[in-house]
Design a protein around this ligand. Structure first.
Ligand code: SF4
Length: 490
């Protein structure tokens, strides 16, 4: 019996439907793997992307080999971060579908929008989402992934370029609310992004270009999310933003960062709140008073200084001079004597002389940081400093960076030595594997968190047999070794 093509197709559809096949379900079950680079903001965003994809029917791949779709949530703050991503894409291309997002994705889009040439062959990704488009990723991939994929790299360099449905996901508060409320929580710790973008335009920094202008998330969304997390067992919150202390709720300009911090400390169950990152010029007296008077707010403060010479600080457009910065540290120390500070330092900014650099070394001494992140300057596209000749040689930058770390080691060592003999409250957080079998074979070495999150190692000899992770104890600091505090539980 002959059957027309149309009739045959109808029969195919009917049989498929009766057998219960669902091809889209197969597509949605693609296994995803997210690789995150860079700062805490990206890790926070990756959590939101993953939650959204799992909710839309995707599965989590156990390893890179098992993944069908690899999402690269990228950083672009330094040149070597870009190189890392390009080589990762090169390694992945072929059998995986690649989704590029984060700051590097925005950089590529921005370059193309501005007619800057980008070697398309270097970025053979299937989708490219800027940081302000991440909340749309799950829906777009779930709905369109197979349909939009045409197997060829188009003239824009993407197999299919995603066009944002909203102008900016972080202005679409319903979307933000949905994602924040549904964020998966599987420990006593959670992060909340309170502000996105930056208006400061430090002359070396690509962030304002790739993350956009400052947009604060409405207070109610953050507060209600924190309450939900607390109900689910979260005890510690980390508030995130490029510049948290310029937070201002879009719906009520009385709700600034101090208001937000104080309100969150009043939520039942929340025991500690940390925040990252603060700009020194926006750290006002109201905030200092609040930190000093509220036990739930961490006194471990990250305050990026970048350089110690006024000439370089001005060229960097940091908005403060060395004296302002040191005065701020002094003021904070007066109010919170046990505060611990960390910072960021850039060495080899264009025109930085040896004298300028020595000012950075002396500032590290004067400020007394517990920790610092040091970087070699590298020119970033779109920034003002990009136009200044990068005249400090790589060799010189490496030497200066080495000197910064050497100086910091000494500074931290003297901070720790001052804690010897002191009695601290310590929370036992983990078992430290490193020394466990060798030097401490008669006991277990526990890693604890003491004064302002400083790590304290406790040897669990026979007398502390019952010490468990999560326990709170008082410990005497007995010795310092390799810039580590060792203590005994009393
Ligand atoms: S404050 Fe300066 S360094 Fe920090 S994100 Fe903004 S522009 Fe970049």
């Amino acid at each position: 019996m002959s059957t027309s093509k149309a009739c045959f197709d109808e029969l195919v559809d009917k049989n498929i439907a009766e057998a219960g096949w669902d091809f889209m379900e197969g597509v949605k079950k693609n296994r995803i793997l997210i690789k995150t680079y860079g700062c805490q903001m990206n890790f926070h965003d990756s959590g939101l992307i993953e939650d959204g994809l799992l909710k839309n029917g995707f599965d989590k791949a156990g390893s890179l080999r098992d993944a069908d779709i690899v999402i690269l949530n990228t950083c672009s703050v330094r040149e070597n971060a870009d190189h890392k991503i390009v080589s990762e894409i090169g390694r992945l291309k072929g059998d995986k579908k690649i989704v590029l997002t984060g700051c590097f994705a925005r950089q590529i889009k921005l370059k193309r929008e501005n007619g800057v040439s980008v070697n398309n062959a270097d970025i053979p990704v299937d989708y490219c989402f800027a940081p302000d488009e991440i909340l749309s990723i799950p829906e777009i991939l779930a709905g369109n992934f197979e349909k939009n994929y045409n197997g060829d790299i188009n003239d824009k360099g993407f197999k299919e370029e995603f066009k944002a449905t909203a102008k900016d996901d972080y202005q679409n508060f319903n979307l933000v609310e949905e994602y924040f409320y549904n964020k998966k929580v599987d420990s006593g710790f959670a992060t909340i992004k309170i502000i996105e973008g930056c208006n400061n335009f430090c002359s070396y920094c690509i962030v304002p270009f790739v993350r956009g202008k400052e947009r604060s998330i409405p207070f109610e969304i953050i507060y209600n999310s924190a309450k939900r997390y607390a109900d689910k067992g979260v005890r510690e919150l980390l508030l995130l933003g490029q510049n948290v202390n310029s937070y201002l709720s879009p719906e009520d300009d009385k709700k600034d960062f101090s208001y937000m911090l104080e309100s969150l400390t009043k939520i039942d169950g929340i025991k500690k709140i940390k925040f990252l990152t603060s700009h020194p010029k926006d750290f006002n007296d109201k905030l200092i008073e609040l930190i000093a008077s509220n036990d739930k707010i961490s006194k471990n403060i990250h305050l990026p200084v970048q350089a110690g010479s006024d000439r370089i600080l001005s060229a960097m457009n940091r908005g403060y001079i060395r004296r302002d910065y040191l005065n701020l540290i002094e003021k904070l120390r007066k109010k919170c004597p046990d505060a611990a500070f960390s910072t960021d330092i850039i060495v080899g900014f264009p025109t930085e002389t040896k004298e300028d650099f020595n000012m950075t070394l002396s500032l590290i001494d004067e400020a007394g940081f517990d920790f610092l992140f040091g970087f070699k300057y590298s020119p970033r596209p779109f920034t003002k400093a990009f136009k200044i000749k990068d005249d400090v040689s790589l060799k010189e930058k490496k030497e200066r960076l080495g000197m910064v770390f050497e100086k910091q080691k000494k500074v931290f060592s003297s901070i720790l030595n001052n804690l010897k003999g002191k009695r601290l409250d310590v929370t036992i957080l983990a078992v430290d594997k490193e020394k466990n079998s060798a030097e401490f074979k008669n006991g277990i070495l526990f890693k604890g968190e003491g004064l302002n999150d400083r790590t304290v190692y406790i040897v669990n000899k026979d007398k502390y047999k019952n010490l468990r992770i999560g326990d709170k104890r008082i410990a005497d600091i007995t010795y310092i070794e390799n810039n580590r505090l060792y203590g005994e539980v009393i």
